[in-house]
Design a protein around this ligand. Structure first.
Ligand SMILES: CC(C)(COP(=O)(O)OP(=O)(O)OC[C@H]1O[C@@H](n2cnc3c(N)ncnc32)[C@H](O)[C@@H]1OP(=O)(O)O)[C@@H](O)C(=O)NCCC(=O)NCCS
Length: 170
């Protein structure tokens, strides 16, 4: 079991990242808007960078919570993928991601596109979980997000246990 006791805590601001990208025609669906899989790919990639920054090494995606797509993204829109660590355990981290978009043809504030919470697990050279630094929330927002992330973790672990317990029918 990873031992985190010797690691110094880090604030979410140390790994926070926003990636902005113009959407092109290579990732459209049959409707001509941007494919949801493209947005999920960006979410997963940016969450991976944030987890790697916090933990000083590679991290894999263990879970992605239910993701709602609130609005369609169009070719030419500038998508912003904003990711921050909300919670860290022994080897796992929760990363919260918010996706918004600037419409290419209108000077209006960015619209919300999607939100997601991911569990990233830091791994060593052999793919086994390794220890991550504790998270040191700094702001009231960091502390609120930490409490909420802890609740989501309890739910995920309960679900995981329940699925494993009832596991061999199918
Ligand atoms: C993620 C992975 C390394 C976990 O390995 P494991 O042997 O199950 O390790 P553990 O059971 O000790 O879990 C490690 C940590 O992840 C957490 N975790 C694992 N699965 C989780 C889930 N579904 N939800 C929430 N937390 C989870 C555990 O709670 C533990 O957290 P902690 O160390 O902070 O207490 C392993 O399952 C794996 O390699 N999965 C494939 C990942 C991958 O390839 N992703 C890319 C998509 S294809």
């Amino acid at each position: 079991m990873p031992d985190t006791s010797t690691l110094t805590g880090r604030p979410p601001s140390a790994s926070h990242l926003t990636l902005s990208q113009i959407m092109d025609q290579h990732h459209t669906n049959l409707m001509g808007t941007v494919h949801g899989g493209r947005i999920l790919n960006l979410i997963d990639s940016v969450a991976g960078v944030v987890a790697a920054r916090h933990s000083d090494g590679p991290a894999v995606t263990a879970a992605i919570d239910e993701t709602a797509f609130l609005r369609a993204v169009r070719v030419g829109d500038v998508v912003h993928v904003d990711a921050r660590i909300t919670w860290a355990g022994r080897s796992s981290m929760e990363v919260a991601v918010k996706v918004s978009a600037d419409r290419w043809d209108r000077a209006v504030p960015p619209v919300d596109v999607a939100t997601a919470h991911l569990v990233m697990v830091a791994v060593d050279d052999h793919g086994y979980p390794r220890a991550v630094p504790p998270l040191r929330p700094e702001t009231d927002g960091d502390r609120r997000r930490y409490r909420e992330a802890h609740i989501r973790r309890e739910h995920r672990l309960a679900l995981r246990r329940a699925l494993l317990d009832g596991g061999d029918e199918a």
